[in-house]
Structures are given as structure tokens and as C-alpha cells.
Design a protein around this ligand. Structure first.
Ligand code: SF4
Length: 196
């Protein structure tokens, strides 16, 4: 599997906020969002090319319960289901962060962050547990989060301030959430704590 990196940190976003974890960052993405903070994951020049057993062995060196597979876009990786299965066999809880355009594997917590680059569409094969929207100055909540999703994912929809203008985007998140109690304002705790 083509990877950018594997590293230990804390989960700074969403339902697993604050949990120690290992991040597996996969190589490659099918979108090119302007605010992307992991542009090093674009393209197909992988820094690491590891087999599933090698990845599981590396992850097992960390004393954590949670493994977060992120990208890039992890769900374009052909061996993703196998990786999820092998991590689960070792007793890890697995979470995946996806842009919603791809089929998601079974057995993992799915955080879906629909992107303007994809017109905020979610593939019928993507099965999210929670939704996360990056709030930028041009973010249009009415367009991005249709009423059907607000009803279906009530309480599990995060408004995430875009990191380069966090304070102003927080204010915007709060204004949007104040108009709909089904929405939640999120943080990027790792950025506030200045950890990776
Ligand atoms: S989907 Fe995520 S990784 Fe891909 S370009 Fe957009 S922000 Fe970056």
C-alpha cells in the first residue's frame, strides 16, 4: 500500500477527539481542494510502499487503541478493506477519514468530509458514521448540508473551521450552528496544541 507516513499523535477532531492514536496517511487523492493541508499526499509518488503485514507490525509498536487511516483519500487504496480487517484482528479500533466520493470499507468508523470540489456529493457507496464540513469564507451551509442529511445525521455533523483563518471561521461556524441545533462546532485540537 502506498503511504505518506505512519505516526503517533492524538485525534484532534470529531467523535474520537483527544484519543491517543496512530495515523496512517495514504498517498493519493482524487480531489484537489484549495485549502488542503496535506498536499504532500497528492500525486502517486509514495514515500512508503508497505505490505499490509508491515503496516500492522509498525502500528503495533504504538501503545494505542485507535488507528486513524487518513490521506489523501484512503478509500482509493485497493487493499483498504484488508488493512481494516487485519487491524481489527489485532484488536485495534479503526477510523477512516474520507471525502465521501468513494466506497467505504466495513468494520471501521467512517468520518466523511464532503468537499466543494465534489459539489458536496456523497457516494451511495460511502457509509458515514459522522459528517464533517470544512468551513471557509465561501462555505454555504444551506447548499453544502441538505435537509435530509441534517435529519439523518443530527448531532453528528461537525462544522470545522478552516485552519489558516481559524478564529474568523470559528465565528462563522458558531453563527451557522446557532441557526440549527443539529450541527456541532468542531476544533482541530492538534493544531491548537501544535502537535502533528
Ligand atoms: S479531499 Fe482531503 S486530502 Fe484530498 S485534496 Fe481535499 S482536503 Fe486534501
Amino acid at each position: 500500500m502506498k503511504l505518506v507516513e505512519i505516526f503517533g499523535s492524538i485525534q484532534g477532531e470529531g467523535i474520537h477527539l483527544g484519543m491517543p492514536c496512530v495515523f496512517i496517511r495514504t498517498q493519493g487523492c482524487n480531489l484537489h481542494c484549495s485549502f488542503c493541508d496535506t498536499k504532500e499526499s497528492w500525486g502517486d509518488q509514495a514515500k512508503l510502499d508497505m505490505s499490509i503485514p508491515e503496516i500492522v507490525e509498525k502500528v503495533s509498536q504504538y501503545n494505542v487503541q485507535l488507528v486513524v487511516i487518513t490521506g489523501g483519500e484512503p478509500c482509493i487504496q485497493p487493499m483498504l478493506q484488508d488493512l481494516v480487517d487485519q487491524l481489527a484482528i489485532k484488536g485495534f479500533s479503526v477510523a477512516i477519514e474520507t471525502n465521501g466520493t468513494q466506497e467505504t470499507p466495513q468494520g471501521a468508523w467512517i468520518t466523511c468530509s464532503p468537499k466543494e470540489d465534489a459539489d458536496y456529493k456523497i457516494s451511495p457507496y460511502c457509509k458515514p458514521n459522522e459528517l464533517k464540513y470544512v468551513v471557509t469564507s465561501s462555505f454555504d451551509a444551506e447548499k453544502a448540508i441538505p435537509s435530509g442529511l441534517r435529519k439523518l445525521y443530527a448531532g453528528n455533523i461537525w462544522l470545522q473551521p478552516e485552519g489558516s483563518d481559524m478564529v474568523n471561521m470559528w465565528k462563522k461556524c458558531i453563527e451557522i450552528a446557532a441557526a440549527d441545533p443539529r450541527l456541532r462546532v468542531g476544533v482541530q485540537l492538534h493544531k491548537i496544541m501544535e502537535v502533528k
